[in-house]
Structures are given as C-alpha cells and as structure tokens.
Design a protein around this ligand. Structure first.
Ligand SMILES: *Cc1c(COP(=O)(O)O)cnc(C)c1O
Length: 356
C-alpha cells in the first residue's frame, strides 16, 4: 500500500460525533462540525453528518467549496472572518460566515445583492483570547446594522476562546456572551437563531455548568476527530482516539551507535535533541518528514522512541522491536500532526469504508 498514508476510520468519527451530539442535545446545544483539520474531505464530512452534526464549518472557503461540490446536504459556515478579496466566493459558497469587520460586511452585502442571495452573519465577540472579535461594548451597536445591509441577515453572536492564548471558556465568559445576546435581542426586538459559544475547549465548561445560558451551538473539530479536549489534551470519556493513524515505511533499519561522533554544529532543524544511552541501539529510518507532519504530535508504537525528524526522514529507536526495510510503523496523531499530514501532498489517505 502507498506510504506514508493516513488511515481514517469513518465509523470512529461518526461514533464520536454521535456521542457529543447526544450529550450536548441534553444541554440544548447543537453541533456544527468543523472539517478543517480533515481538509474538508467529503467522506469525513458525511461521517460527521451521519453522527448528527447539524451543520458543517470550515475556516477556508476553498474547503467549503469542496463540501458544496460533494453535494452534502447541510448548512455551511465559514468560521474564519472572510477575506475582503473573497467576499464573492464566500457568499456563493457559505450560508453563514463569522464576522468582525464593518468593511467586510459591506463587501458581503454587495456580493449578496449581486448574486441575489441572503447571507447569514454571526458577529464574533472578543472575550479575552485576543484573536477575532468585536469589543463587547461595541458588538450590539454593530449587530443592529447588519440586516440594514441588503442581502445580509443577522444569524447570531459567537465567540472563540482558547485557540490563541489558551484563555479558558468558563462560566463568566459564557454568561457575558449570554448577557450580550439578551441585550441585543431587547434592542432588536427579535430572537437570534445562533449563539455559538466556542470550540472543543468549551466542552469541560458545558458538562460542568449548571446553566449554559443562551449558548445553543458549538463548533467542534478536534474533540470529534481525535476524541480529545484541547485545554489539557486529555481523551474525552467514551470517545475514540484512534480515528486517524499515520502509517510510514521503514527505509533503513539496523544496529547503530546510541551516540553520534565527530565535532557537532546545528542539525537541519536547529539544535538536535540529545540522544541518550551508550552502546548500540536498533535504529530505523522512516520515509516521512517535517514536510508531512509534526514530530512532536506523533505517538509511536509502544516501546518505540522518536529520536528526530528532518524534512524527509523520521529516525526512531525501535527498542526491542524488530523491523526491516519495507515494514510499516503506525503512529497516533495529535491535532498538529493531523493538520500537517492532511495538508501534505505526499501523504495518501485511506478510508475505512471508502464506498460511503
Ligand atoms: C478551528 C476552529 C474551531 C474548531 O476548534 P476545535 O478546537 O477543533 O474544536 C471552532 N471555531 C473556530 C473559529 C475555529 O477557528
């Protein structure tokens, strides 16, 4: 089989989506499944929808176009603020986008009018993580101007925490979002359709909160795809963490000294990690590199240790394992390793149920 490759277990993805959708439904929260870490692969998206996701979100309009072209029947949300230069594609492709800039709303409105469409807008509120968001003091005023623009309707408010500075979505932050929603609804005289509370980092809060307030939607990627929560990268109870496996092929294996010899400077990617031990080790080289994945995000098979990775080579200490050129080793991936592997043109994908 082709190597390196990502093996994708679609049933694991469906089962994770179903588990989270069901648990969140109990709290009145829908799931927009985020496809960006899977490069919006239509088979993965279909698995997410089979698991009960009520819509799909992606940060790239090109990815949403891929989902559209695959004919998936679900509302599509662009979860990164649109580029001004892509306003037309955004309106053509996405039903809703997350926004913060009046200038971009103007461009979306022009595009919507020209295309004879209505485009939904969720305004993002800054609650302290300092990535996207309108200041809390200004968001109601801006929100009231959205539907004054031809072709746009105000779908709701949202926020995003944790991604940039690790700020935790807690009861105080979420109560603040609910308070803004109520203030806006009082001023607008109508109810918002979406209150998008955040991403996978919100799950701890949801399941421990006595009152989720007005939050009625989360945008979930990592938790469904990898079964982990991003604040501490712990596995989530009852979810599968093996939906994605990165398989690489051994191109050299044998006994090598534990320690390099000769005068030493920098390695290809800066200072090499010190090798431990003395004598000989069973070393293997695999044909996969930093162009394909993130070495810090790989979980090697039990007993195998990663010694280093350059652009095209992964070097491991096989420990007691035996491996020869041509053999394959299987690695677990974290979010960073997954994103890199999905976007590498050198990594093939193999789906567990390709006919779906
Ligand atoms: C990536 C992203 C998400 C999904 O985050 P996960 O941690 O993968 O659940 C949600 N919202 C926004 C705005 C994002 O950029």
């Amino acid at each position: 089989m082709t190597a390196p490759r990502l093996e994708i277990d679609l049933d694991a993805i469906t089962s994770n989506a179903r588990a989270l959708v069901d648990r969140l439904a109990g709290r009145g929260i829908r799931v927009t499944a985020v496809t960006k870490a899977a490069l919006a692969d239509p088979a993965v998206a279909a698995a997410l929808l089979r698991g009960g996701a009520s819509g799909l979100g992606d940060s790239r309009v090109e990815n949403l176009a891929r989902l559209r072209a695959a004919g998936l029947d679900a509302p599509l949300t662009l979860i990164r603020s649109p580029m001004l230069s892509q306003a037309e594609e955004v309106v053509r492709t996405a039903d809703i986008s997350l926004n913060t800039e009046p200038r971009i709303l103007d461009a979306l409105s022009t595009a919507a009018r020209e295309q004879g469409r209505r485009h939904g807008v969720i305004l993002m509120v800054e609650l302290g993580d300092l990535r996207e968001g309108v200041a809390a003091e200004e968001v109601v005023e801006l929100a009231l101007t959205v539907s004054k623009r031809d072709g746009l309707w105000l779908a709701g408010l949202g926020t995003n925490l944790a991604c940039q500075n690790g700020v935790v979505p807690d009861q105080t932050k979420m109560a603040e979002l609910s308070r803004l929603v109520e203030q806006l609804e009082a001023a607008a005289g109508e109810r918002l359709s979406v209150v998008s509370g955040g991403n996978s980092a919100n799950l701890d809060w949801v399941f421990s909160s006595a009152d989720v307030g007005r939050i009625d939607e989360l945008r979930l990627g990592e938790s469904i795809l990898l079964g982990t929560e991003p604040l501490r990268r712990r596995p989530i109870d009852g979810l599968r963490t093996d939906a994605f496996t990165l398989v690489a092929e051994v191109i050299e294996a044998g006994l090598k000294p534990a320690q390099p010899w000769g005068e030493r400077g920098q390695a290809a990617f800066g200072r090499p990690v010190a090798r431990r031990g003395t004598g000989l080790i069973r070393q293997a080289i695999l044909a996969i590199g930093r162009q394909d994945t993130d070495p810090d995000g790989l979980t090697p098979p039990p007993g195998v240790e990663i010694l280093g990775m350059s652009s095209d080579h992964l070097v491991v200490d096989l420990g007691d394992q035996d491996a020869a050129a041509g053999d394959e080793l299987r690695f677990g991936v974290d979010y960073s390793a997954l994103v890199r592997a999905m976007t590498s043109p050198y990594v093939a994908r193999s789906l567990s149920s390709p006919d779906l």
